[in-house]
Write a protein that binds this ligand. Sequence first.
Ligand code: NAD
Ligand code: WQD
Length: 340
Amino acid sequence: MANILVTGGAGYIGSHTCVELFNANHDVVVFDNLSNSSIESLNRVQELTGKSLTFVEGDIRNSEQLDQVFALHKIDAVIHFAGLKAVGESQQLPLIYFDNNIAGSINLVNAMQRAEVFKLVFSSSATVYDEANISPLNEDMPTGMPSNNYGYTKLIVEQLLQKLSIADERWSIALLRYFNPVGAHKSGRIGEDPQGIPNNLMPYVTQVAVGRREKLAIFGHDYDTVDGTGVRDYIHVVDLANAHLCALNNRLQNIGCRAWNIGTGNGSSVLQVKNTFEQVNGVPVAFEFAPRREGDVATSFANNQRAMDELGWTANYTLEDMLKDSWHWQKQNPKGYGDI
Ligand code: NAD
Ligand code: WQD
């Protein structure tokens, strides 16, 4: 049992990870500025687990706020989700992304060092891989220059953390390279709640199904894939949350910095996702084909052997589970946390 600081813990992946941390009997302190989330997610985490967490409203770019958290709570390790993640916005507002994601992360590790906390799990992304790599992607493949500023911030933070752990052996850092997180907690009480028009496929599909959007635009149907639409490795958010617990256990016993892919190892096309969603949920999703989206690759899926071998992690949920759970959440909360 450990005391875990979860930055960005009110967000989509963070809130699901808090539930799994409580289920494993850890204590949780959430630090979040609520710039892309609602405090209601944390109320529901507590309702689901019957446990109470400490919430600190703060910004990872603020050293004083971070120092205060480490001074008030005896933190054993940090899971760092806080950051901005909208690819399109990162092209319009690069400095805001550099500031939140890169400067914020540097500020966090500085505060950790002052507090002598050296265990860190960082939310990275499969977007760090060079686009020339052929899937399945493994961790020894070269990283590249991501096509957008969001991806660039993830690559830079990975590299900074790698260099930090080489310079100072006290650090033990996990870089988790997520593929495409989807789904929601079985209860339908917590889930993904994007603000404005969703950038990602799954929330767009569920918002069409629930009647909030007219139709899904499928970006490209002339890719060299099974049916011409883009192929991705969708991973259930609860499987992803559990990967953080496995990484935490590994880091409590090891030093250095190491990357792990967190995906199922299976690729699904956009049409397969849409059709399976309709099948398992019995609800239609209107769609049209649209031009390719800039920066998209045809196919991306993981080789997840390293996470299975070294972290003892496996993905337990199928695509059908992911699509049922996403719909269960959306149906129960048509406007997300805005329904309360
Ligand atoms: P999210 O936006 O739901 O959660 C991020 C949380 O961080 C939010 O609660 C937000 O309020 C908070 N936050 C943002 N900037 C902050 C700051 N400066 N100080 C304090 N809190 C701040 O996103 P998510 O989908 O849960 O993603 C979590 C992490 O995983 C992010 O770092 C994201 O880049 C990374 N990631 C996400 C995906 C994905 O597809 N969802 C894929 C790969 C990596
Ligand atoms: C999936 C597939 C689209 C929306 C992005 C980020 C990555 C990570 C995860 C993190 C693609 C197609 C999508 C739509 C569509 N982000 N699509 N119509 O692009 O694999 O990854 O999210 O924080 O860094 O780049 O995910 O869900 O946007 O797209 O046809 O309205 O669905 O072209 O093939 P992507 P996605």
